[in-house]
Design a protein. Sequence first.
Length: 442
Amino acid sequence: MLRHTKKTIFITALVLIVALSGIAVGRWSIRNVTAETEGYGDLKTFTEVLTLIKKNYVEDVKTKDLIYGAIKGMLASLDPHSAFMPPDVYKEMQVDTRGEFGGLGLQIAIKDGALTVIAPIEDTPADKAGIKAGDRIVKINNELTKDMSLQDAVGKMRGPKGTSVTLTILREGWKEPKDFTIIREVIKIQSVKSKVIEKGMGYVKINQFQEHTADDLAAAMKDLTEKDKINSLILDLRNNPGGLLNSAVDVAEQFLPRGKLVVYIQGRTGERSEYYTNNKYPDYSMPMIVLVNEGSASASEIVAGALKDWRRAAILGTQTFGKGSVQTVIPLSDGSGLRLTTAKYYTPKGISIQSTGITPDIVVKLIPKKGEAEHPVIREKDLEHHLSNEQKEGKKKEEGEGEKLEKDVMPSELGGKDDTQLQRAIDLLKTWKIFEGLPKAG
């Protein structure tokens, strides 16, 4: 049983995040990697090709560039979240976890061979420029993105504050692509925002699970309970792409009693590591609703899954993203890094949400405003080479599940006057209080 490992494990959502390449991380020494001889005879073919290119290619090519390219292709063939990080990218990844990033603020992935926007991050340059979920990025600074890797796309979109990047966007319903010129900024993501939404009712939104998210949440909850005297809570995890595993556990423990299993991870060998709540933070037992949607991924799904399994909160919204795998980042000898999917995570009841997601207790969809285009939802199951869910294999698909998910659309605005999910949560908490005050039958 493992409560907190010495590894730092990221379980970010989807993909690569432009300005936010949160990824699953654990530090391994390359000396700990034992080479297996089985199948290594195939390396002869690799060395033959390398030699032929070096000797016969029309232009001189550096051996290091060829090897890096081969490694990138190797990792890209595994799953959407495994990747090779050259030294500069690996260095940026180590900085990114602190919540301050340079770039545009986009979550991106490869869907049907095209570089596609999962969602813009709130209050970032991409969001302000009008980039929408489901947009296809055809060009970056007039360079075609066809066959461009996620890492390369991120590298091209990042840059110094104040410089510009032009994205050529094709949106569903448009006859032709349009250019968006966006000024890069240093993006500081405030991971926790809180307020009193109605008398006695608190609202907390977590945008990402960073190193200090649990501490920020604890401070917010202290203010809400002691100063504002709230007695019910809405926890908003919508469009939260994930982040640090330990941060997710520390957030969940603020709403669960001590000693409760939050999540466990299990690799190919079957070895299981478990993460429990402890007494690091106070826990709150007030009535609670958790908001989720198709943009809630990874660490967000861990928190929602734990609170749902322990019947601690009602989950409201739409089916979550379905990113149920854990990545470990292994530093390599030349300063580069390997982000490798090494395990899947499971909710306290042993449920894998890989490629399926968390099903809300109460399904509430946001309907686009009249005349507003629908932005297609992208989930883990839509990504190329996504891992399957072993618990679903061989079982009959839930009636209507596929149809229901395909009809979902990404809302254009959260927290506004047309946010029916938030309004439904407010109404339910009001009803909750009313029924609590009624005399019990018998």
